[in-house]
Design a protein around this ligand. Structure first.
Ligand SMILES: C[S@@+](CC[C@H](N)C(=O)[O-])C[C@H]1O[C@@H](n2cnc3c(N)ncnc32)[C@H](O)[C@@H]1O
Length: 266
């Protein structure tokens, strides 16, 4: 079996369309995993993941690359706090946020802490999604080792986490502001009415074609003048084509739709 045939089988088995991911990178990763399992090619590896649930879950997790941490790239979070949130709350007090491809939850909890520091908890609601069910379970549990928390300000750690058996657990009042759901950016319907979408360090794995569709979908999911926050290697070239204006670096604002009405008087 060649890679083309493998992609078809993976799609039916996992719902992951490898055609939308950059090929060289994915192939390299898959080949390494096949080797690790001692399989001699796509065919035997497929047989393994078809009969062994654990191996299948490991494959999905490995494929989707879950690396994350609290306040990843701190300077961008600074801009979010000092410029973007005040911009969004200029005209409304309650905001809706989507943390897309949230991995183990470090990003949505970083968002919740930032917002909780600026406004009452009831004034924001975060939807956090990922393709991988396994990471979502970890995110819901909200249990983290010190390693994930290197960029987390001490005052946030003290205020929003409790120490249990040498791990830090997110307090329930913060957890309640976040709804975790499975969502495939390449396939599922997008939510609507978002003031802020945070989607970082996943678009880098997708083909240009797949990214175009995602940018347009993000634009539709945002309210007028809503903001898209991307990762530090994910600047959007020609963002105007998807209905965005650059705001601060790594932040894009949805252009307001102006409806021109022409009145003709006789
Ligand atoms: C590198 S992590 C980024 C986590 C977090 N956003 C950050 O910047 O720290 C990439 C995440 O994207 C998720 N992912 C990959 N493909 C996806 C897809 N098609 N739809 C939704 N999530 C996807 C993976 O499961 C993984 O958790």
């Amino acid at each position: 079996m060649n890679y083309e045939g493998f992609k078809v089988q993976v799609l039916s088995l996992t719902d992951i369309d490898l055609n939308c991911y950059k090929e060289n990178q994915m192939k390299r990763r898959i080949d390494a995993l096949i080797k690790k399992h001692g399989c001699n090619g796509y065919e035997t590896f497929l047989q393994l993941i078809k009969k062994d649930r654990k191996a299948l879950e490991e494959f999905v997790t490995y494929l989707t690359i879950n690396v994350t941490e609290f306040f990843r790239n701190p300077s961008q979070w600074d801009i979010l706090e000092k410029h973007i949130i005040p911009l969004l709350t200029q005209k409304k007090s309650t905001i809706k946020i989507w943390s897309a491809a949230c991995s183990t939850g470090d990003e949505p909890y970083s968002l919740a802490m930032t917002l909780a520091n600026l406004m009452p908890l009831v004034n924001f609601q975060i939807t956090a999604t990922d393709l991988d069910k396994e990471v979502l379970e970890k995110a819901k549990a909200g249990v983290y080792s010190e390693r994930n928390l290197v960029n987390l300000p001490v005052e946030f750690k003290e205020k929003y986490m409790t120490l249990q058996n040498s791990n830090y657990v997110v307090k329930s009042e913060l957890k309640q502001r976040i709804t975790f759901k499975q969502h495939n950016l390449l396939k599922d319907p997008y939510p609507s009415g978002m003031d802020l979408i945070v989607c970082r360090n996943v678009l880098i794995y997708f083909t240009e074609e797949a990214k175009k569709g995602i940018y347009s979908n993000f634009n539709k999911a945002l309210v007028d003048e809503g903001i898209l926050f991307v990762g530090s290697t994910e600047q959007i070239i020609m963002c105007q084509e998807y209905g965005f204006e650059p705001n601060k670096i790594f932040f894009y604002q949805k252009k307001k739709v102006v409806i021109a009405i022409s009145l003709s008087c006789k």
